[in-house]
Design a protein around this ligand. Structure first.
Ligand SMILES: [Zn+2]
Length: 206
């Protein structure tokens, strides 16, 4: 692993903190690491020895149902993985985006007794409308050497995720990636900047 790659991975990890939780379903007790609550500005003792409601009560009203549905699907055995993105209220009253992924840890017969999950701060990237999962995948491919460069549009500054997908990233991430970026133009900017030639240019690029 090169120094640059390690720096990139360190930065991604530092900027993408994750917290974990474990739910004893039978007793309805949630245990978690400190980060799970400190990242939202709360004190650990306010959440200790409580049921899951202490967390779901902080969900954004628009995200409450889908989060409960995702959990019910795992408890009923319909799905193996609990997987949801939601907004949750921090101690200052602001909603922040998180990605929550969990799996069954133990069951008795067909009844799920324990679940464990990871919570990842989606941070500014999600607020900017970024497809975070696709971006992480892209960065992993670059860090592992499968891709030599990451394409960026010089005009709109979106990053190329795949052949037809482009996404916005924060200036901070753009700065971190500077050396990895290969500049070009995305199809929509080509159409805007060169309307007369756009279709011919795009046809040649395909
Ligand atoms: Zn563009």
């Amino acid at each position: 692993m090169t120094y640059k790659t390690r720096l990139l991975i360190d930065t991604i990890l530092r900027d993408s903190p994750f917290a974990w939780w474990e739910w004893d379903v039978t007793a309805n007790r949630v245990t978690f690491n400190d980060l799970k609550v400190t990242m939202l500005g709360y004190r650990v003792e306010d959440f200790a020895e409580k049921g899951f409601e202490v967390f779901t009560g902080l969900l954004h009203p628009d995200d409450h149902k889908k989060t409960m549905d995702a959990m019910r699907a795992v408890l009923s055995g319909a799905r193996a993985i609990y997987q949801v993105d939601y907004r949750i209220k921090d101690s200052a009253g602001q909603y922040r985006w998180y990605m929550d992924r969990g799996a069954v840890l133990s069951r008795e017969g067909s009844t799920v007794t324990r679940l464990r999950g990871l919570v990842v701060d989606l941070g500014d990237e999600r607020r900017h409308g970024t497809d975070v999962e696709a971006l992480v995948h892209l960065l992993q491919r670059y860090a592992e050497g499968h891709d030599n460069a990451i394409g960026i549009c010089s005009s709109c500054k979106r990053i190329r995720l795949s052949k037809d997908e482009w996404t916005t990233v924060t200036e901070e991430l753009e700065g971190i990636l500077t050396d990895a970026l290969s500049h070009g133009l995305c199809p929509s900017c080509i159409r805007t900047l060169y309307p007369d030639m756009a279709e011919k240019i795009l046809a040649r690029m395909r």
